[in-house]
Each structure stands twice: as C-alpha cells, then as structure tokens.
Write a protein of this length. Structure first.
Length: 292
C-alpha cells in the first residue's frame, strides 16, 4: 500500500558525531531551525557489502531536494533509512526533529515507493479516499489530490484497469491526500510522458512554495534542474551536496549529466559534499534551483 506517513532526519555536519548514543544528534544539529532532515555518519551494511558508507547531510525545510545517481548507487536504501523502514548499521537519522520512523511522524511524512501498492479492485477515487481517511482528510481533499496528478477524468475507473503510468499516479495521489510536511518520492516520473512529467514537477514546486519539503530520487540527471539542492550518490557514497547551478559551474557545462560525469572524473567525491549554504554563498539563488 502507499505509505503516506514515515519520517526523515535533518542532515548534520560530519564533524562531531562520534561518542553519542545511537539515534541522537549533536546539540548543533538537533537545535538547528529550518531543517527537515538531519543525517550523521549513516552506514548500512547488507551482507558483506556497504550499501551506504558514512553519509552525512542536512535538508532544509520547504525545498525540493533531488537524490540523484545511477542505478545501484543507494538511492532507495537512503530513502528507506530516512523513512524509518530500513535497518541501519550505525549513524543517526532525524526527521522533523524526531528519530526516523517515530510513530508520531505518521501523519507528517509521506512515502511513494517505486512499486505502487494500490488496491486494484477499487476505483481511483475510493483508493485515495481510503488513504485520506487514515489522516482525517475529506472527500474534497481526495478529489483535489486526484486532480493534482491529472486523473480527475478517471475517478470511477478501477485501478487495475489503468495503464502503468496512471497506476503510479494513483499511488502518488494517495500520498498527496495526506498533505504531509515531508514527502519522499522514489522515481515518481518513471513511465510518464513529458507533458505529465512537467505537470508533476510544477505541482512539486507549488507544494514546496507552500512549505512542504520534498525529497525526490531519480536516475535522470535532466530532472536535477527542477531541484533546489542535489544529493549526488555514487557507489554507496555521497559524492556531493550542491545546487544545480553549482553543479553546472563545477562541471563547466550546462548539461547536468555531463557535469555529473565530470564531477566523478575530477575525483571531487573526496570532498564529502559541500553544504547548501556553501553553494548559496557562491551566488546561486535559493529559489527553484536555477535553470529548468
């Protein structure tokens, strides 16, 4: 089922995370106002392999943060850790000031997975109303969520009779109806046509303008330009945290995919990722991420 309600942790500088009890953050990170997620020295092992290696970062509230990297880089595992459904080996993760997965976050954190879990035998509206009812939302809220994903012409259509892209959009509507403060979306635009993809990004921008924090994973670097800040993953490591404008500047090109490749080739992953504030200081506006 879609899970409109896990949690995330505000990223924290990597300096002083050692020597504290698991699940706690430094005073500086815990008291920082305006961050929705804080992560310190996150490590996830699976078998003998490191799936995530010593990752630390912050995500400010009311922004769109893109989680980008090739398939297998650890994007889904990172989102699961932020939501609180992934067992972590070590490190600290906090979301909206609470440990990831805390029951108190259920109504404030939304999560849309790559594999949508929608009731195939229910129609579109009933699916969204069902999940909305879990959060005290009305029929009007459900209709608004359905319209936001462009399915208002399919209200009475059985979910099982929809195309793959439409089915994914039902899952998204089931998360949107809860009106979460923090929303995680794992590859939400896969299988969507360019027009609907543009419409969804416009909806995401409107949500962020209203104060919602969004973390959106993608392996399509073209979508990075819609984000305020980027977390670039490669081979289980955080390569960098920066803005799209900063990525273009470092890569010496407006092509974000080429800039990402140049970042890898230049070995900048050794810098463990500049903070968003550093990118802003370089002259990048804090609006919707620069060039679209």
């Amino acid at each position: 089922m879609p899970v409109p309600g896990p949690a995330v942790h505000p990223p924290v500088p990597a300096a002083a995370a050692r020597g504290r009890a698991p699940g706690t953050l430094s005073a500086a990170s815990a008291d920082t106002v305006g961050d929705s997620v804080a992560v310190e020295h996150l490590l996830v092992h699976r078998g003998k392999a490191d799936v995530l290696q010593d990752i630390s970062f912050r995500i400010p509230a009311g922004r769109i943060t893109g989680l980008l990297g090739p398939s297998g880089s650890g994007k889904t595992t990172l989102i699961r850790a932020l939501v609180g459904v992934q067992r972590i080996t070590s490190g600290q993760v906090q979301v909206l000031g609470l440990p990831a997965g805390d029951p108190a976050l259920r109504h404030d954190v939304g999560y849309v997975t790559q594999a949508p879990s929608v009731y195939r035998d229910l129609n579109v509206l009933d699916n969204v109303r069902y999940f909305g009812a879990m959060h005290g939302r009305s029929r009007a809220d459900a209709l608004e969520a359905v319209a936001a994903v462009g399915l208002d012409g399919f209200l009475r259509r059985r979910a099982g009779d929809l195309s793959g892209g439409q089915f994914n959009r039902v899952s998204l509507a089931c998360a949107l109806v809860a009106k979460p403060k923090l929303l995680f979306l794992d590859e939400p635009t896969v299988g969507l046509d360019p027009v609907l993809r543009a419409d969804l990004w416009a909806q995401f921008a409107q949500m962020a303008a209203g104060g919602t924090t969004l973390v959106i994973s993608s392996h399509v670097m073209e979508e990075a330009g819609h984000c305020d800040s980027l977390l670039l993953l490669r081979e289980a490591r955080l390569l960098a945290q920066l803005t799209p404008a900063e990525l273009r500047r470092r890569g010496g090109t407006d092509d974000l995919e080429l800039a990402f490749l140049r970042l890898i080739q230049a070995g900048e992953g050794n810098q463990a990722g500049p903070a968003l504030a550093d990118a802003d200081a370089a002259g990048t506006p804090k609006g919707r991420g620069g060039k679209r």
